[in-house]
Write a protein that binds this ligand. Structure first.
Ligand code: PLP
Length: 399
């Protein structure tokens, strides 16, 4: 007898990056002399900064000696790293303790695992266009999913009123700010509306802050815990992937306040129980490397890299400004989300760019139906290629 989770059969095949790769491969086979300009990737291109590399080497050396060797690490994270993460929040005036900061192997892992803490019958609200893992992880878990479509009319930042208008009342609310794919960022007032809504309705917000380090406007919140009331309704999931180039090194953290409770159950205590059962901790070496990100030297160096990406975003935005195309994101996020010109569909525009100027982006439709007619550019490519791509976009789209 076999008893597979039948919900896997409800997953929609993700053709987005597969289709992109196929189209690019076909074009390259037919035009081997053409250089491609890749503004589609969501992966970083710059190496780890010096402070992290030095710390990683130290971590390796520690493992070579009996006196400094570490075996299993504490499941919820090494105290030295949990303290550094708490300090990172405290320095910004946010009251988080080390016991509220859990070390993870990355945000994707956490986004999948965290669902374990919610009852089988909980419903989830996902604002679309969205990072595809939110939907897929909840389909696998058999949750009821409410898709909340958003549009340029609300700057791709829906309010609780938008949910009410659609008749949606969900137990768990996903918020990603700065957003992937739209690059849109909630203001404090915008997040406060969701915090009040969640506290009133007993919902829990899963706040994905994977791109918080790209926020340069001081008035915008980098953490949901900057918002009054968030400690009783929110969990924050963070990643060092884009912040510090850890996509291939793997490290993240999750903040669960001790004050988050529903039906007499405490989420911080539940997560301790979950982690001590389902993980044996993150590698000591990687945690030593991660701790270096939170030092003054590490912060300075990661921001030098982030600024290179941000400058790429600026170059893309300037090209779109020059040809009068609507977009959002870019300023406080690594993604620029543009409206396709002349009513073109997302894939139509993808083909148009590929065939005419060899620039590769990501069709908005891949992030949910309401992304149709939009297109995402990423700023994680090389500055040289981004400059050339922006020039080509400008020349192609000028009227
Ligand atoms: N959350 C968002 C919004 C992302 O865009 C990504 C990666 O692209 C992740 C989470 C996953 O991050 P990690 O590399 O830490 O798993």
């Amino acid at each position: 007898m076999s008893l597979p989770n039948k919900h896997y059969g409800e997953l929609k095949d993700s053709y987005l990056f597969f289709n992109i790769a196929q189209k690019v491969k076909k074009y390259q086979t037919e035009h081997p002399d053409k250089k491609m300009y890749r503004l589609g990737i969501g992966d970083v291109s710059l190496p780890l900064c010096d402070a992290v590399i030095k710390a990683l080497h130290k971590g390796v050396d520690d493992q070579a000696n009996k006196d400094s060797f570490h075996g299993y690490m504490p499941e919820c994270g090494a105290p030295f790293l949990r303290e550094k993460i708490a300090e990172y929040y405290n320095k910004r005036g946010i009251d988080i303790t080390a016991e509220e900061a859990f070390v993870s192997s990355g945000a994707s892992d956490e986004l999948g695992d965290i669902i374990d803490m919610f009852d089988r019958n909980t419903s989830v609200l996902i604002m679309e266009p969205a990072y595809p893992a939110y939907v897929d992880a909840n389909v696998m878990a058999g949750k009821k999913i409410y898709h909340l479509p958003t549009s340029s009319d609300e700057g791709f930042l829906p309010t609780p009123k938008s949910a009410e208008k659609e008749g949606i009342k969900a137990d768990v609310i996903y918020i990603c700010s700065p957003n992937n794919p739209t690059g849109a960022v909630y203001t404090k007032a915008g997040l406060k509306e969701w915090v009040d809504y969640a506290n009133t309705n007993g919902s829990v917000i899963l706040f994905d802050a994977a791109y918080e380090a790209f926020i340069e406007d001081d008035s915008l919140p980098k953490s949901i815990f900057e918002i009054e009331g968030a400690r009783t309704c929110a969990i924050e999931i963070c990643s060092l992937s884009k912040t510090a180039g850890f996509t291939g090194t793997r490290l993240g953290y999750t903040v669960i306040p001790k004050t988050l409770e529903r039906d007499g159950m405490n989420f911080n205590a539940m997560w301790v129980r979950n982690r001590t059962t389902k993980t044996n901790g993150v590698s000591y070496i990687i945690q030593v490397g991660g701790a270096a990100v939170f030092t003054d030297e590490g912060q300075k160096q990661i921001h030098e890299n982030i600024n290179i990406y941000k400058n790429n975003a600026k170059v893309i935005m300037e090209a779109l400004d020059a040809v009068g195309i609507w977009y959002c994101g870019g300023k406080n996020a690594p993604y620029v989300w543009m409206k396709c010109p002349d009513g073109m569909g997302s894939w139509e525009f993808f083909d148009y760019l590929l065939e005419n100027i060899q620039v590769i982006g990501t069709p908005g439709e891949g992030f949910g139906k309401c992304g149709e007619g939009y297109f995402r550019f990423s700023s994680f490519g090389s500055p040289e290629d981004t400059k050339e791509a922006a020039e080509r976009i400008k020349n192609l789209l000028k009227k």
